[in-house]
Design a protein around this ligand. Structure first.
Ligand code: PAN
Ligand code: ZN
Length: 179
């Protein structure tokens, strides 16, 4: 068995994959994405460390990931993850808060959008058929864990095409979902 260490905040060990997304690579998700300069574009928005012990698509297996999402704004919109439905749309997922604060933005298949506050110790069950994206509303890094099925897959294309039905913006200093 590989040796894996999950310290509570980071995941290291044999087989752990690390992915980093800078602002340039996700700028199309922001309303004011075109305002991102070349220099800002090089800034890391989030990293994901994941342990994917079985081949993608395997039924009955599980994946485990930790995301570190940095604080910041693009215009009045908080830094956020790309967001996705699962390709096998009815597969669920757990998220849980480790460090920092934010809002988990959820969207049903009917386009209805709602948010759940995430903070250290909060637990979030994302039902099948619900698109999910995280926004960092704090001043520090937001770290959260995720556990999903190895047969779930990621459908980013639907979100790239149509986005979420609402955006999480800083309005009078407070996070607010704006349609
Ligand atoms: C998470 C996400 C991770 C990064 O592990 O993949 O937080 O977000 P995006 O994938 O939307 O860029 C998860 O939801 N897995 O299914
Ligand atoms: Zn997911």
């Amino acid at each position: 068995m590989p040796e894996l260490i999950f310290s509570g905040k980071s995941l290291v060990g044999e087989g752990v994959e690390h992915l980093s997304r800078n602002l340039e690579s996700i700028k199309s998700i922001f309303e004011a994405g075109d305002s991102i300069t070349e220099e800002q574009g090089r800034q890391v928005a989030y990293t994901v460390s994941s342990y994917l012990p079985v081949t993608e698509g395997t039924e009955g297996g599980l994946y485990f990931g930790i995301t570190h999402l940095y604080p910041g704004l693009v215009g009045d919109e908080y830094f956020m993850t790309k967001g996705h439905f699962h390709k096998k749309v009815d597969t669920a997922e757990f998220y849980w808060g480790i460090e920092g604060e934010g809002v988990l933005i959820l969207m049903g298949r009917d386009g209805h959008v709602w948010g759940e506050k995430i903070f250290p110790g909060s637990l979030h069950y994302i039902p099948g058929g619900v698109a999910h994206r995280m926004a960092n509303t704090g001043d520090c890094v937001l770290s959260f864990g995720a556990c999903w099925g190895s047969d779930a897959g990621h459908d980013y294309a639907s979100i790239e095409k149509s986005g979420f039905g609402a955006r999480l913006k800083k309005v009078n200093g407070e996070p607010q979902l704006v349609k």
